[in-house]
Design a binder for this molecule. Sequence first.
Ligand code: FMN
Length: 304
Amino acid sequence: MRLATELFGVAFQNPVLLAAGTCGFGKELEDVLNLEGLGGFVTKSVTVEPRQGNAAPRVTEFGGGMLNSVGLANPGLDATRREKLPWIASNVRRAKVFVSLAGHTVEDFYRLVEGLDDADGFLGFEVNLSCPNDAKRGGPPFALDLEAVSEIVSGCRNRTQRPLLAKLAPNDTRLPMTVARATEAGADGLTLVNTIPGLLLRPDGTAELGAGPGGMSGPALRPVGLRSVSEARAHTSLPLLGVGGVFAPADAVAYARAGASLVQVGTASFADPRAGLRLARGLERWGRVEGVATWNELVRPAEA
Ligand SMILES: Cc1cc2nc3c(=O)[nH]c(=O)nc-3n(C[C@H](O)[C@H](O)[C@H](O)COP(=O)(O)O)c2cc1C
């Protein structure tokens, strides 16, 4: 199966990207996998100031996947620009890179775009509107606030010509409206979904994670991600990036059938750091066995 696909004005050699927060800034994985075999990756979410993140333990497992509350630990805008992006610029060429941005305020997103836009090494931005673990900010994520979605996406749009993705939440009861707002505000693509809020308790009632609640990811998130992509497909003609519980070729194919042009792999990489590469190779084989010539023919088109 031919996996290459043209999107956002560039060619992705295959539709498999590593998801934000699960592959650092690429360099962290250079000894364990050939990043250049991927369609691309999304960096850890970057905030204006460096963040230490939440109390340990930050990650725990259960039968359906993982719960994490990393708390957006990251080196901040200046160090990302000075250290992380130059490494990507000189080491990653074929894989397409999105820099993920996160903020406490709407203005934080504008500062991040202004501060990074003229740097080299990446294709576009993914604005993380849906982090469930930002204890410092509190309240619901921006993705559940229609005004905030409009303001962040349109403000970032005015500040960059680069492809701009908006990453939305899995627990959005008004997803069609959120999708419409992000589309009208000028996003180039939508990433669905982030982790869903959850809590795991020990028998003594204490939380398994240091921060208490966290975000759930992995196989149990797949039906939620698929529904979100499918619902979004009916309300926008933008390209969609499907994420949530992608492990095997059949999972990626299901996201394509729901309407995703690209998929992102997160939790699967914790069990096997090469999961993304294995998936790309597995998709080729899947297509040969099933007699499907191209990835693109699997992708459910927009209706309008
Ligand atoms: C440990 C961990 C850290 C994450 N950090 C981020 C992050 O910084 N920004 C973001 O947008 N999503 C973050 N995510 C969410 C993933 O990008 C992805 O949306 C989610 O894990 C669902 O995909 P999966 O089931 O394949 O893991 C993180 C997920 C995990 C497991």
